[in-house]
Design a protein around this ligand. Structure first.
Ligand code: PEP
Ligand code: MG
Length: 291
């Protein structure tokens, strides 16, 4: 079986009906890149940039971030690299952020909320990302979006950063800009959000948590954390439909994207992209070829 999977390396990921699915990999660190290449992912669908912050004892400087993003872009050599902006919160403690204890961190001060509240932190990351865009095919993705105004505000800040870089004579490319769909609110207004961005990537881990009101970190609730819940699957269909109506693509980067019992369902739903852990790339390709 392992040998059969190895034979799928270098093969395009197309469904029986001839639709090509973008099959990407999720990474959390630069050192995961070896596994991405080894498993022949067509790109990176989710680079969790927070590791840079978690592994540091100070706010990573623009140059420190730039080096990491540049390395990933260069190693991927023109393949798509979707880098998610900072996604931390009170559940991931970072001393230098000085986050206060919260009773409900999952519903709290996290991800894009921190970025909009402390734009200096955000701008440093955006500058590093835009500078690194010159070295490959980088896209920027924003986590935990719940409202249209948040996306507009992010775009405003991005324009400010671009204007600054331009005035400093620093080159950058016009990167693709997408958001994660991982709150039920974002699902319900996906038609409006789709007009603002280039792509959607569904974060099923958080979307399941917020839809079912189940803390994803609480092992006691495992039997209730049903990621196959019809509510979750309906939401995925809604997101794909809204994306297509607006002419943008939709993918899944949460764990559910690698669930082989659902691959065929996702293909039928019209999914355009799946981003999975490197080890799951070939098994998912195998499923898609037969879906
Ligand atoms: C998700 O929520 O599904 C996701 C991909 O993001 P994370 O697991 O990093 O929250
Ligand atoms: Mg998430």
């Amino acid at each position: 079986r392992q040998e059969l999977l190895q034979q799928l390396k270098g093969k395009p990921t197309v469904t029986k009906e001839g639709k090509e699915i973008k099959l990407y990999a999720n990474i959390g660190e630069v050192k995961d890149l070896g596994a991405v290449l080894q498993n022949d992912a067509a790109g990176i669908g989710l680079f969790r940039s927070e590791f840079l912050y978690l592994q540091s004892d100070h706010f990573p400087t623009e140059d420190e971030q730039f080096q990491s993003y540049k390395t990933v872009a260069e190693v991927m050599a023109g393949k798509k690299v979707i880098i998610r902006t900072l996604d931390i919160g009170a559940d991931k403690q970072i001393d230098y952020f000085g986050l206060e204890h919260e009773d409900n961190p999952a519903l709290g001060y996290r991800a894009v909320r921190i970025c909009l509240d402390q734009p200096d932190i955000f701008k440093t990351q955006l500058r590093a990302l835009l500078r690194a865009s010159m070295f490959g095919n980088i896209s920027i993705m924003i986590p935990m979006i719940a409202s249209v105004w948040e996306v507009r505000k992010v775009k405003e800040i991005m324009e400010e950063v671009k204007a600054e870089l331009t005035s400093e004579g620093i080159p950058f490319k016009n990167v693709e800009f997408g958001i994660m769909i991982e709150t039920p609110a974002a699902v319900m207004i996906a038609d409006e959000l789709a007009k603002e961005v280039d792509f959607f990537s569904i974060g099923t881990n958080d979307l399941t948590q917020y839809t079912l009101a189940i803390d994803r970190q609480n092992a006691k609730l495992d039997q209730f954390y049903d990621s196959h819940h019809p509510a979750v699957l309906k939401m995925i269909q809604m997101v794909i439909d809204s994306a297509h109506k607006a002419g943008i693509w939709a993918g899944i980067c949460g764990e559910l994207g690698a669930d082989l019992t659902l691959t065929e369902t996702f293909v039928k739903m019209g999914i355009d992209e799946l981003s999975v852990s490197p080890a799951m790339v070939l098994p998912v390709r195998d499923k898609i070829l037969n879906a």
